[in-house]
Design a protein around this ligand. Structure first.
Ligand SMILES: NC(=O)c1ccc[n+]([C@@H]2O[C@H](COP(=O)([O-])OP(=O)(O)OC[C@H]3O[C@@H](n4cnc5c(N)ncnc54)[C@H](OP(=O)(O)O)[C@@H]3O)[C@@H](O)[C@H]2O)c1
Length: 317
């Protein structure tokens, strides 16, 4: 094996066209780390936000290798690694929000942030799962604490986090309402959504009411109007970090007697094992809307930034 690999390198924060495909040194795993031959990489909105100098840009060092969601094969293990051996197929969200160095042919990852990919699950599906899956899990179970039979609304339900959140809430026997454009309604019906709202032709706050929990992937006006349809004591979990601690939302939540929580997803190998179990017993389907080769990183980021994909966008290596 040569000591060099191809990577999509970001020399400066900027538009999608800022990426350069370059040869860089293959990293070496330290204690508790493994070297992964990357097979597929999941993209998330935080990737393009960071690329443009927002998101978690302050956590990166330029030139940077962006990306956090990795699926691949273990090629060597560092000192003290006991969870994985060479040849294992593994997936996880690497080192978030610090550099994940995912957009490359090889990446070093921490063993405690990764899990084994179930046998019948492809590298593409595995790469699409970590950040969105961990977010949906944390939002619904840790922050909102959903329970059997509650009424749950998922905003931006056709997206990466949304379509997984729909399935996790159905798994817990909740009534699930969802917002998406009409073209995505058949897809969301298949995932078990009970009530669909076309946000392009309907105002969700006029169609829905009596929600116990809302997971909001939009922020701003959507968050504000969401508060109108929450039951007293209900919980809104807000995802877009640019709207964190929005004073208008805080004031309105107080007035309505509801709770608003902002979150930042955390890596977890244990959670990845729980998501793996759901994937392997067909409780969770992760939709791959588009794939691009790593060398088409510019087109992939342009598609990501468009914000209307179904499920996940994945790079193949
Ligand atoms: N705080 C955290 O830890 C955390 C973690 C993950 C994600 N996030 C943030 O959460 C947001 C969602 O992430 P994601 O990965 O799910 O994004 P995504 O996959 O890019 O979401 C795209 C989806 O948004 C839908 N959409 C666009 N405008 C909409 C609207 N007005 N109403 C309803 N749906 C709309 C689109 O549906 P149509 O095609 O039908 O329009 C599309 O399917 C992003 O801002 C992301 O950065 C935060």
């Amino acid at each position: 094996m040569s000591n060099f690999m191809q990577a999509a390198v970001l020399p400066e924060f900027g538009p999608a066209t800022a990426f350069r495909i370059e040869k860089v040194a293959i990293p070496l795993p330290g204690a508790g780390e493994v070297l992964v031959k990357v097979k597929a990489i999941g993209l998330n909105p935080v990737d393009f936000k960071t690329r443009s100098g927002k998101g978690y840009a302050s956590f990166q060092t330029l030139p940077a290798i962006l990306g956090w969601d990795i699926a691949g094969e273990v090629v060597s293990v560092g000192e003290g690694v006991s969870k994985f051996i060479t040849g294992d197929r593994i997936f996880g969200m690497s080192n978030f929000p610090n550099p994940g160095n995912a957009y490359a042919e090889y990446a070093v990852v921490q063993e405690d942030e990764f899990a084994i990919i179930p046998k019948d699950i492809s590298f593409e599906v595995a790469a699409g799962t970590p950040l969105a899956g961990l977010t949906a899990w944390e939002a619904l179970f840790d922050h909102a604490g959903i329970t059997w039979g509650q009424r749950v609304l998922i905003q931006a339900a056709a997206g990466g986090v949304g379509h997984i959140a729909v399935q996790l809430a159905k798994w817990k026997h909740c009534f699930v309402a969802a917002t998406a454009s009409a073209a995505n309604h058949p897809f969301l019906e298949q995932l078990g959504v009970d009530q669909l709202v076309d946000y392009k032709t309907q105002k969700f706050e006029e169609v829905l009411d009596g929600m116990d929990v809302i997971i909001d992937g939009m922020g701003g006006e959507t968050a504000l109007h969401s508060l109108d349809i929450l039951n007293r004591g209900g919980i809104l979990v807000s995802l877009p970090s640019m709207y964190k601690d929005d004073p208008a939302v805080i004031a309105k939540a107080k007035e309505k007697g509801v709770e608003v929580k902002w979150m930042s997803v955390r890596p977890s190998g244990e959670r990845m094992e729980q998501l793996a179990a759901l994937l392997s017993n067909n409780r969770l389907r992760v939709e791959i809307g588009q794939t691009f080769p790593l060398t088409d990183i510019v087109k992939a980021h342009q598609a990501l930034e468009n914000g209307h994909g179904r499920g996940k966008i994945v790079l193949t290596v």
